[in-house]
Design a protein around this ligand. Structure first.
Ligand code: DGJ
Length: 739
């Protein structure tokens, strides 16, 4: 059979069907239209091994003598005896490619198993892979695992994955690729603060903009595993799977299970190439970022400036205070005002109320309308915090429906069933129970129907531990039920945007992002911590979907104090907002904050559509990141890519600590069109800004800092720019204008 060949944006994926099973024989650089004779790739047979070539299948399997981690694990119960059909022999029964999608069906008639695999190579080079297994037999098939994996190049020698905790999400860790299996397991029942948003392998020392990289992301918000499986025969697979509990998925006759999608990208230009593939996919989705009424001229689908009340007032909800806050926010230029936790029945602190999704009559005798009117009459949208998947024992809902609370026991809690341990005093509502699901849907639906709410901050503040439905593991079903809740509420209220928050950034994945419009990256608003969190979140998620807020002068989660400019420059490169009692911000500080809000509004069109650039710098205390405008292809013939006067890029040079060097010296600025001339200006802080004196430490600044300077993109990339010396935990914003 002819191989199937998908090509896009410099990437090729070749699926050979010659061995009888589907095998990805190449996922990497584009091979051009014509494939060579694939006999080139037939490995020899080794000593003391299987007597024929062992394919590295799309579904690696022991029936082909693959001795690594198999894709499909499960067994059938016959007359109540488990363990049969434990090793399927899946062979291709149908395969086709149309446009950018290939569909392969592999079956084992004797074992009664069929797996259909769909591979789509999207226009920007992002690959989407998913399998569906069907039980063709008459008896139950217990599925233990169905993994999605891909082979990586033999020249990949290093692994990169991400880990973290509350207030320190998505930090990178590197390791050499050894033989054996490196597994990142997520048993939180949610994505998890430590979940590896990206799981990558690459050539030695691969960096932001150099080296080959193969990277995967598992689009799932429940238990999961991501892994690299490196065999003694020299081949390595990377990928992931849903981590299923004992007998969590039992397929009756004819029943199916679909894996979460595995998204995968290949890059020859380091991690920036991986981000480009993900960003392109996000931005081409028809539902990517709703246009908002507050849309800013020139920005297209503008992301509104946010004021969130959490760190401003916490649970201290009072109409007069909140109207004062709304007044102050409107004066600053805020466009969306979000009322956080504390507005519903019985919710005076974090010990009670979850589940009772009614406006608290004692706090809000006239409902939320007076506040919503105050907000909207000042030209802002109104947003509301909810946590629909959770329940406090101290709530009317829990008292009325103790059987709706999730636990490991076959007995309901009301009949003496054991509950999991409490986490922030709360439990989980069993969305697999249709009555509980319907109650939650009805309540959120009513709130959205009865109030002028444009935005939900949807929180999820605990792990799903010992999570069962009627005594059997149910994270899988709960995750799908939660997805359905999002989907049906969105369908009923298409104009409402939803933010995915989970104790900060514990639910950041492409499964949840298919049904939400931004993520809250972390509860940490400390700009220094945020620089790292946002850099690595931005590896996959584009900045328009990543909430970043200017917090109080002294961070509530780390007690560090930062200048306003450092906090604001950090929030600028995301979806900008504030989480601060801005009534207290006065005088020059207020003017400076207004300047930043203006800067964000002026440049959000670029920041939320351009190409992300992360420089590779030798000084570990410096970060240079920026966004470069997409070239204007209609001008290519004239040898230029951007109209003179257009803002071509915005970069931030960030100091995260004291440098070993006396001077920062020249810093190369990559990513600008090499043959075009640009003018560079430092636009923040300027000599007139309050933070100027704190930001720089030098007797004499570089000459260009005052009046700007011009050079070609090639010059900036190859020679660089003499940078002003920055104090630690300060930053400067550079603007490049096409000449
Ligand atoms: C955790 C979130 O991450 C915070 O931003 C805030 O919304 C609190 N929950 C409210 O309880």
């Amino acid at each position: 059979m002819n191989p199937l060949h998908l090509r896009s944006a410099g990437t090729s994926l070749v699926l050979s069907l010659d061995s009888g099973e589907a095998e990805v024989i190449h996922w990497g650089a584009d091979l051009g239209e014509t494939l060579p004779d694939l006999v080139l790739l037939g490995e020899p047979v080794a000593h003391s091994a299987i007597d024929t070539r062992v394919p590295a299948g799309l579904l690696p399997q022991a029936s082909s003598s693959w001795r690594g981690r198999p894709a499909l694990r499960g067994h059938r119960s016959v007359d109540g005896v488990p363990g049969f059909d434990f090793s399927a022999r899946l062979r291709v029964t149908d395969a086709s490619a149309q446009g950018s999608t290939a569909v392969v069906v592999q079956s084992d008639a004797d074992a009664g198993i069929t797996v259909t695999s769909t591979l789509t190579l999207h226009p920007g080079g992002l690959l989407e892979l998913r399998h569906t297994v069907r039980n063709d037999g008459a008896s139950d098939f217990t599925l233990d695992e169905l993994a999605t994996v891909l082979p990586i190049g033999a020249d990949a020698t290093e692994l990169l994955d991400l880990t973290g905790r509350w207030c320190r999400e998505r930090h990178p860790q590197r390791s050499p690729l050894h033989q054996g299996t490196w597994v990142r397991s997520g048993r939180h029942g949610r994505t998890g603060h430590d979940s590896s948003l990206l799981f990558a392998a690459g050539t030695a020392g691969f960096g932001n903009r150099h080296g080959k990289v193969w990277a995967t992301h598992l689009a799932w918000s429940g238990n999961h595993e991501q892994f690299a499986d490196s065999l003694a025969d020299g081949r390595t697979m990377i990928g992931g799977s849903e981590l299923l509990g004992p007998a969590e998925v039992v397929l009756g006759a004819g029943a199916e299970y679909s894996t979460p999608a595995l998204f995968a990208a290949y890059s020859e230009s380091g991690l920036d190439g991986i981000s480009e593939a993900f960003y392109s996919w996000f931005r081409n989705r028809p539902h990517h970022v709703l246009p908002t009424p507050a849309a800013n001229a020139g920005a297209g689908k503008a992301r509104p400036v946010v004021l969130n009340t959490w760190e401003a007032v916490y649970f201290d909800h009072n109409l007069d205070t909140l109207i004062e806050l709304a007044d102050s926010a409107a004066d600053l230029g805020v466009e969306r005002f979000v009322l956080d936790d504390g507005w519903f029945r019985g919710r005076r602190d974090d010990r009670a109320g979850l589940g009772d999704w009614y406006i608290d009559e004692t706090l809000w005798p006239n409902g939320l309308t007076p506040l919503i009117d105050a907000v909207t009459s000042r030209g802002m949208e109104f947003g509301l915090w909810v946590e629909p998947e959770m329940i406090n024992l101290d709530s009317d809902t829990a008292r009325a429906h103790p059987d709706w609370i999730v636990g490991p026991s076959a007995l309901a809690h009301k009949d003496g069933g054991r509950l999991p341990m409490e986490w922030r005093n709360q439990h989980i509502i069993d969305l697999v129970n249709p009555e509980a699901w319907q109650y939650i849907f009805n309540r959120i639906h009513a709130l959205l129907s009865e109030n002028n709410i444009s935005y939900l901050k949807w929180d999820q503040n605990r792990d799903l531990l010992e999570h069962g439905h009627q005594g059997r593991p149910s994270v899988h079903a709960q995750t799908l039920a939660a997805y359905r809740l999002f989907d049906e509420l969105r369908a009923a209220h298409p104009g409402v945007e939803i933010e995915s928050c989970s104790s900060g950034g514990a639910r950041v994945d492409l499964g949840i992002l298919e049904r939400t419009d931004r993520i809250w990256a972390s509860d940490c608003n400390d700009a220094l911590e945020r620089q790292t969190i946002q850099r690595w979140t931005g590896l996959v998620v584009p900045p328009e979907l990543v909430g970043g807020h200017v917090g109080p002068t002294t961070s509530h989660t780390t007690a560090r104090t930062h200048d306003l400019s450092f906090r604001a420059i950090t929030a600028l490169f995301g979806h900008f907002g504030m989480e601060w009692d801005v009534r207290q911000v006065t005088g020059t500080e207020r003017e400076e904050l207004k300047r930043f809000i203006g800067l964000y509004k002026e440049h959000r069109g670029l920041i939320h559509s351009g190409t992300m650039v992360r420089a590779d710098l030798s000084d570990p205390t410096l970060m240079l990141h920026g966004v470069v405008a997409a070239p204007d292809t209609s001008r290519e013939e004239a040898g230029a890519t951007l109209e003179p006067g257009t803002t071509a890029a915005l970069f931030a040079l960030v100091s995260t600590g004291t440098s070993f060097a006396e001077q920062i010296g020249r810093v190369a600025i990559p990513g600008l069109a090499p043959d075009q001339q640009f003018r560079v200006d430092a636009i923040f802080p300027t000599a007139d800004d309050a933070d100027y004196a704190h930001t720089f430490t030098q007797v004499q600044p570089p000459l260009w800092l005052k009046g700007g300077a011009e050079a070609s993109g090639r010059f900036f990339a190859e020679v660089g720019l003499a940078m002003p010396n920055l104090n630690p935990e300060h930053a400067v914003v550079l603007k490049f204008t096409a000449v």
